[in-house]
Design a protein around this ligand. Structure first.
Ligand code: MG
Length: 160
């Protein structure tokens, strides 16, 4: 009998000038980006936490501490691949992922397909098993004022 497990993840990073903006493994042509120890890709971090949570494992900060100099500016797709490998070592495979980005800027919609493709490559999931939406925060609070970008993710994983 197949065991199914649901996971949830959330992440938020501050927007600052002079950092590269990477979301879902895609680099945006902006003069601002997300602050963080890694590339600060909050969408990919939320997905990592959803996957780890589904497996009842500790969160992304446990596996990839922001005090580790080897992780400075690391591509978060590398972290996602490690999370998928961590699950695979426990016989878990991915069923699907659904995620939402909350960003006042930049425009996300034109890049959704590229982000899905990058996430599919990192997770081994088909593109049609990755849901991805973007919304603004309607000008409300720090996200609405363009000071931060946040992401929510849920996933389903299975084990024989
Ligand atoms: Mg993060």
């Amino acid at each position: 009998m197949t065991q199914l497990r649901i996971g949830h993840g959330y992440d938020i990073h501050r927007l600052v000038p002079g950092r590269p903006l990477v979301l879902g493994g895609v680099r945006f042509a902006t003069d601002y980006g997300l602050e963080g120890h890694s590339d600060a890709d909050c969408l990919t971090h939320a997905i990592c936490d959803a996957l780890l949570g589904a497996a009842a494992l500790p969160d992304i900060g446990h596996f990839f501490p922001n005090t580790d100099p080897a992780l400075r500016n690391i591509d978060s797709q590398v972290l996602l691949r490690r999370v998928v490998a961590e699950l695979a070592s426990r016989q878990f495979s991915l069923v699907n992922i659904d995620a939402s980005l909350i960003a006042e800027k930049p425009k996300i919609a034109p890049h959704l397909a590229a982000m899905k493709a990058a996430l599919a490559a990192s997770t081994g999931l088909p593109v049609d098993c990755i849901g991805l939406k973007a919304t603004t925060n309607e000008g409300i609070d720090e996200i609405g004022r363009g000071l931060a970008i946040a992401a929510h993710a849920v996933c389903l994983i299975s084990r024989p």
